[in-house]
Design a protein around this ligand. Structure first.
Ligand SMILES: Cc1cc2nc3c(=O)[nH]c(=O)nc-3n(C[C@H](O)[C@H](O)[C@H](O)COP(=O)(O)O)c2cc1C
Length: 211
């Protein structure tokens, strides 16, 4: 599939319409995990910007992890109901995007817990073989580097082929959005556009290799 091709959604041109239909039929589902439950989360705002910027070959959908109860291996024989939806959504996805803040130089517990839940039972690890990408977000200057790389360490074990470049560390996040949560910084928008376009190409590359 030509995932780098831009096809306008409202075109009346036959060839363009046909290409659009082919694109839609092959559209990749990307599950988005966000490591913040905060109402005004900068990380969620970045994820929302990526959803808007995504090319037509991918559709990004946030998986709600706020209600996922703490992982306890004893509960596996009769898994809590709140573990099932995130597991199912991640298993059904073609790819996974991890958007994380940094807590104490690592990944917030809410995201780690959701990853633990969805990675088990081990033989049905929801992440296995799925192309992934990581973006970290912080109001600080270090841009969540520690969380980004702790997450990447987990993804090795989870067998997630993770996009290496462009790396994505979004710093100074408090200055990037207006009061309605819209991205106002042009260079960040360009960076995020390149990031999500690159991820769409990465997804095709990995899925082609998995066939
Ligand atoms: C428990 C806790 C630990 C934090 N540790 C870090 C940290 O290690 N590095 C950092 O850049 N910011 C840290 N922060 C500040 C967060 O980056 C900031 O609260 C940010 O807004 C959280 O992301 P969000 O806006 O997506 O919720 C911490 C915040 C909390 C509540």
């Amino acid at each position: 599939m030509a995932c780098g091709v831009r096809v306008t959604r409202d075109s009346t041109n036959y060839e363009n319409r046909k290409s659009y239909q082919v694109l839609m039929a092959n559209q990749r589902k990307v599950a988005v995990l966000i490591g913040s439950l905060r109402r005004e989360s900068f990380t969620r705002k970045v994820a929302n910007a990526l959803i808007k910027l995504a090319p037509p070959s991918v559709v990004l959908e946030i998986v709600d992890i706020g209600g996922v109860s703490l992982y306890n291996q004893d509960l596996e024989p009769s898994a809590p109901r709140d573990w099932l939806a995130p597991r199912d959504k991640l298993r059904a996805a073609d790819a996974v995007l991890f958007a994380t803040p940094e807590y104490n130089r690592s990944v917030p517990g809410v995201l780690k817990n959701a990853i633990d839940v969805a990675s088990r039972p081990k033989e049905s690890n929801a992440f296995n073989g799925k192309p992934g990408a990581v973006i970290s977000v912080s109001p600080g200057v270090l841009s969540g580097f520690g969380a980004n790389h702790h997450l990447r360490q987990m993804l090795v074990f989870l067998n997630v082929p993770t996009m290496q470049q462009p790396e994505a560390y979004i710093g100074g996040a408090a200055k990037l959005f207006d009061e309605s949560g819209n991205l106002t910084n042009d260079s960040t928008r360009q960076f995020l556009q390149n990031f999500v376009d690159s991820f769409a190409r990465w997804i095709e590359l990995i899925l082609a290799g998995n066939r």
